[in-house]
Design a protein. Structure first.
Length: 263
């Protein structure tokens, strides 16, 4: 790599896989999505950093290596664009200190746990409304009916405070641009401590992680309070979205809805 690397503050997407004893990584393909866990396990065993052919960049799969890279912004700069030069610059993500620090100093106070406590009732009302709109019978595609609308409606109404007549348009834009999901291989709600990188590490740790945790907690509480006999629908086969954040394209569930207790 040293023969082709031009130094800090440079980008080279033509290095390729020469000399790399790793499985072929093409993260934006259905094949990678179908063999996700097996491919990453093999990559972690053979090399903590692998070339991603579809994104034309290096893909960090080793836990400690990822931690080291995320904390060394001077070597691994974000100023040239995390997504690549073909995308518009997104701040503060596509910035290094001191510019990054100046942006986060302005934004961080709006996303503290204390500030976000005031949004919990509104988040719960949105989740309750979405559950109230679910069909009473038959399998329900929960990604479209609940999981995708919830984050956008929360952000636009509770954080940006947009009027109701603008929410639907903004929600359509979010659903076209983003699919959110979980990449954990094993889920345990009783795990006492879980060091993970779901929200990133280092200076670029997710600005909205406190909001995301709050939305997830409230969503699970509402679903478990209102839905009974939850089961995956017969014949459902999971298909994962291969671009960006790994997520289910759909999730077909059967259940019965329990009406909320009278106030």
């Amino acid at each position: 790599m040293s023969e082709t690397w031009a130094g800090p503050q440079t980008r080279n997407d033509t290095i390729g896989t020469q000399g790399q004893e790793c499985p072929h990584l093409a993260t934006r393909t259905p094949e990678f999505s179908a063999t996700f866990y097996e491919t990453l396990a093999e990559a972690r065993e053979k090399c903590p950093v692998a070339w991603d052919e579809t994104n034309r960049c290096w893909f960090v799969v080793g836990g400690q290596t990822l931690f080291d890279v995320a904390h060394d912004w001077e070597t691994y700069s974000s100023a040239l664009g995390v997504g690549g030069p073909q995308f518009p610059q997104l701040l503060p993500m596509d910035a290094d200190p001191p510019r990054h620090r100046d942006w986060r100093r302005v934004l961080n106070p709006f996303f503290t746990k204390k500030i976000l406590e005031a949004t919990e009732a509104g988040i719960r009302a949105i989740a309750e409304r979405l559950v109230g709109q679910l069909p009473a019978e038959g399998p329900v595609e929960m990604a479209a009916a609940f999981a995708r609308p919830l984050p956008g409606q929360v952000f636009f109404s509770q954080i940006l405070d947009l009027p109701d007549d603008e929410l639907e348009h903004c929600q359509e834009l979010v659903e076209r641009a983003v699919l959110l999901g979980d990449v954990e291989q094993m889920v345990s709600l009783e795990r006492p401590h879980n060091r993970h990188y779901a929200f990133g590490v280092g200076i670029h740790r997710c600005l909205g992680s406190n909001l995301a945790r709050l939305v997830l907690r409230v969503a699970l509480e509402v679903l478990l309070e209102r839905l009974r006999d939850i089961e995956v629908a017969d014949g459902f086969q999971p298909v994962y979205h291969p671009v960006g954040v790994r997520s289910l394209e759909s999730l077909d569930l059967t259940f019965r809805i329990e009406q909320p207790a009278a106030a």
